[in-house]
Design a protein around this ligand. Sequence first.
Ligand code: SF4
Length: 381
Amino acid sequence: MRRPTVEVRVGKVPMGGNNPIRVQSMTTAPTTDTEACVEQIKRIVDAGGEYVRLTTQGIREAENLKNIREALLRDGYDVPLIADVHFNANVADVAALYADKVRINPGNYVDPARKFRKIDYTDEEYAAELQKIEERFVPFLNICREHHTAIRLGVNHGSLSDRIMSRYGDTPEGMVESCMEFLRICVKQQFDQVVISIKASNPDVMTRTVRLMASTMDKEDMHFPLHLGVTEAGEGEDGRLKSAVGIGALLLDGLGDTIRVSLSEAPEKEIPVAYGILQATRSRITKTEYISCPGCGRTMYDLEQTIARVKAATSHLTGLKIAIMGCIVNGPGEMADADYGYVGAGRGRISLYRGKECVEMNIPEAEAVDKLLEIIDRDRK
Ligand code: SF4
């Protein structure tokens, strides 16, 4: 079951609560280059991206979000824009005026970036830093409240503050506490438009930390949505597999309200992978689901060709589960929860199933795909 979360409004596309798990990507062009960003954002949206994040390293970049949005709106694109801010709380304040959501990193929001110094903090010094964070963070929350801007607290493995490192080290507990310190301030300020992410490039660290984050929030009665991603996942098949393992494992736990697959490729390439992970975990269904056996010595027909033919005929039937099984011996039993089954019954002969019930027995292979479509059409009327 999906973990219950509060709804967070990000422009016109809300997330969390009962909303579909959202898919997002990030531009790679400089945020001062309006034209290049707009072109990339359009490609991301055309591929199905629902939010687009832009790196916002300075005031100039934050202010240019306005021009980028105007250019997008002129061309009919009203995708929510997310500013990604590190190391500079003043930039976050400006970004909150123009973006629908601002990501800040608790590891470097107020604390100076990690200096790799071993520092021992007394309890008083530790409390004083927390106080300093609160004093800087609350005005930012007020700007966000006034402009209906959501925030994301995005912690990354490897970018924790010296203060957190001194107590927890670079551990899942440290990453979670880094986030909790900020969340407690949000709760105190009754600001609930907050999304959390904890990312690592190692799916094992990432999954353990996000699970710890979710259980820690539960203990403090917090229900903020989660953004999932494996950072620096790489490219090609390796990057896709790493993302699928990390993001997929958490989705199967019922965790996650938005996902980003990070690939060292053109940003729009991330989108189909994200939808593939959502479909494989049945977290968000956007296409026909196919269940097919690997084939073996019992297979009664050319499996690959048949799968291609069945797919071509049924790929528009979003949400249906169709099994293509090589033989009658094991096929019907192993086609799991398929709605329909196409099963090899003998040389050149096919049996068709509705669920576990055989509805056409031993029909000629040449007629089977049409017959399957006929049955589905009749059932859907
Ligand atoms: S369903 Fe039949 S053909 Fe397919 S792998 Fe199993 S035994 Fe082999």
